[in-house]
Design a protein around this ligand. Structure first.
Ligand code: KIV
Ligand code: ZN
Length: 398
């Protein structure tokens, strides 16, 4: 794998599932895992084996059905968690144990009631134990972005010496800013030469509490991270995790800035988002980038005119690039004659200039009263003479 390859670590089934209303059955997780495999993700975090029997069963089932991506289980830095993760992963062709332990004083003091020295000792011991079960071990100092930097570096150094192959530095509470998060990666890498010497991969894991999860993930990549942890539709604890589809699209559309490659099949992004939406029974908000219902919809007359002249005027990628079937010119009170004519022509009607003008007046009056204008509404506005001269089948109506 070249050093320009960014590993996509999908945690929809673990961190994503931790968001309210997103819990999934084993069967649903399996359906989602197949979609993630088709999408081309490199690693699927299938659950947290110790958390519940359901999580254990889902991880084990997924390892037996999914062959291409590596399958990971989360584990606290505790013997029983690590052994449970190893058991859940026993049938995997390629497994990963993902061990985490808090590194911030806040978490150590209030949540774990543990001293810094105890945390350092536990880091080494837990990574060594995980390593005795599995070659591929990821270590995450939880709350890395709010941790004392020297202590964080010490903890990461111990994890690397103990054999961790990936070091993930989470912005657990979505507190960091892009330049700060990026700088943390540059500094840790600089202060621990063994990271590059041993080929250890640095990973980002960002939450969206300030709406910066994707920006922070991209900043990490610019500073040497070669794994991003993310979820479909950005689901996850509280405000969610970094959205996979946004990172993948940004890396492609702005390849001039990032210059990295990935295995993500971009045209699977929208279909994968749809699979998740059906499983958890809610869709991303309509204005969500890439996969929201309005991501490729244009209503204003000026935009619609520009789109009809050349889609590049208002779209930085084609809908088909990310698996959306077509651009949607929404007819509403801001639309102009160009879009109205375009839709009428698609429906098989060809009014002349004057007729179009008359239809347009009626259309604007209707659009002022009605939020959604459907094709049937448009047809209702047409004079009989035009309606009778239609040349496409009625089945093409919306
Ligand atoms: O947000 C976080 O810190 C996590 C870790 C367990 C990786 O999800
Ligand atoms: Zn998280």
């Amino acid at each position: 794998m070249s050093s320009n390859h960014v590993v996509f670590f999908d945690t929809t089934l673990r961190d994503g599932e931790q968001s309210p209303g997103c819990s999934m059955t084993t069967q649903e997780k399996l359906t989602m895992a197949h979609a993630l495999e088709d999408l081309g993700v490199d690693v699927i975090e299938a659950g947290f084996a110790m958390a519940s029997e359901g999580d254990f069963a889902a991880i084990s089932t997924i390892t037996q059905a999914i062959r291409k991506p590596r399958i990971a289980s989360l584990a606290r830095a505790k013997t029983e968690d690590i052994e449970m993760a190893a058991r859940a992963l026993q049938f995997a062709d390629r497994a990963r144990i993902h061990v985490f332990l808090a590194s911030s004083d806040l978490h150590l003091e209030y949540k774990l009631k543990m001293s810094r020295q105890q945390a350092l000792d536990q880091t080494g011991e837990s990574v060594r134990l995980a390593k005795s079960h599995c070659d591929d071990v990821e270590f995450s100092p939880e709350d890395a972005t709010r941790s004392d930097r020297d202590f964080l570096v010490e903890m990461v150094r111990i994890a690397v010496e103990a054999g961790a192959t990936t070091i993930n530095m989470p912005d657990t509470v979505g507190y960091s800013t892009p330049e700060e998060y990026g700088r943390m990666f540059a500094e840790v890498r600089e202060r621990i030469p063994a990271i590059d010497e041993k080929g250890v991969i640095l990973s980002s894991h960002c939450h969206d509490d300030l709406g910066l999860a994707v920006a922070n993930s991209l900043a990490a990549i610019q500073n040497g991270a070669r794994q991003v942890e993310c979820t479909i539709n950005g689901i996850g604890e509280r405000a969610g995790n970094a959205a996979l589809e946004e990172i993948a699209a940004a890396l492609y559309v702005r390849a001039d800035r990032y210059g990295v490659s990935s295995s993500i099949k971009l045209d699977h992004l929208y279909p994968t988002s749809e699979v998740l939406g059906q499983i958890i029974t809610f869709k991303p908000s309509p204005n969500k980038a890439i996969v929201g219902a309005n991501a490729f919809a244009h209503e204003s007359g000026i935009h619609q005119h520009g789109m009809l002249a050349n889609p590049l005027c208002y779209e930085i990628m084609t809908p088909s690039l990310v698996g959306v079937s077509r651009t949607h010119l929404v007819l509403g009170k801001h639309s102009g004659r160009a879009a109205l004519r375009h839709r009428l022509e698609q429906l098989g009607f060809s009014p002349d200039r004057e007729e179009l003008q008359q239809i347009y007046y009626r259309f604007v009056a209707l659009a002022d009263r009605k939020k959604n204008i459907y094709d049937q509404d448009l047809i209702g506005l047409l004079p009989d003479k035009i309606r009778e001269n239609r040349n496409v089948p009625v089945s093409e109506l919306d």
